[in-house]
Design a protein around this ligand. Sequence first.
Ligand SMILES: N[C@@H](CCC(=O)N[C@@H](CS)C(=O)NCC(=O)O)C(=O)O
Length: 216
Amino acid sequence: MTQLTLVIGNKNYSSWSWRPWLAMKQAGLDFAEIRIPLDTPTSHQEIRRYSPSGRVPVLLHNDLTIWESLAICEYVAEGFAPNLWPKDTAARAVARSVSTEMHAGFVSLRQNMPMDCRSRHPGLGMNASVQADVDRITAIWRECREKFGDGGDLLFGHFTIADAMFAPVVSRFVTYEVHLDSVAQAYAEAVWALPAMQEWVLAANNEVESIETIQH
Ligand SMILES: N[C@@H](CCC(=O)N[C@@H](CS)C(=O)NCC(=O)O)C(=O)O
């Protein structure tokens, strides 16, 4: 019997935690969860008990520790859920490209529209550099949907790690009510409707911690 434990931050705020959590849920994996609220006097010390980088998420599997959201997704796909990547080589290569682009980029969007998935702040945080990130993200979504999206409503048809990587972006677009073209809007709605997405948002709604993320 495998023992997987995912260490995460607050569900309302920890976008990096959401990605592997969603991938693992979508893959139907049975895993335990340790939630460490961020931004408290003891957060850093508690995270350090599990994470060599001092950040969440972290996956614990028997005596192995895996950190970094994308590395966790890769480990889970390799060991337990190969369907988390597209089967076709070309599609898989592009899925890895867009997942890595998300992991490494879109700093303006992430800084100006911090994740706050239970809240609504229409229009807040938008500026030219955020719009440039939005434009690039929606171009990725349109291209993946057009070239690889047959057979489902997601970037590569069925759910993949690429969808997990963009899921918190979908949540930001909901929170900040970002205007999207029709293809991007339909994709965002398909991701938002996933039962595992809604399970996370419901849990975020039930959290009691509040962290000041927005400069009004
Ligand atoms: N590149 C990392 C980023 C992880 C990260 O920044 N996590 C934040 C929470 S979303 C964190 O642990 N912050 C530490 C803290 O706030 O004390 C990944 O992909 O996992």
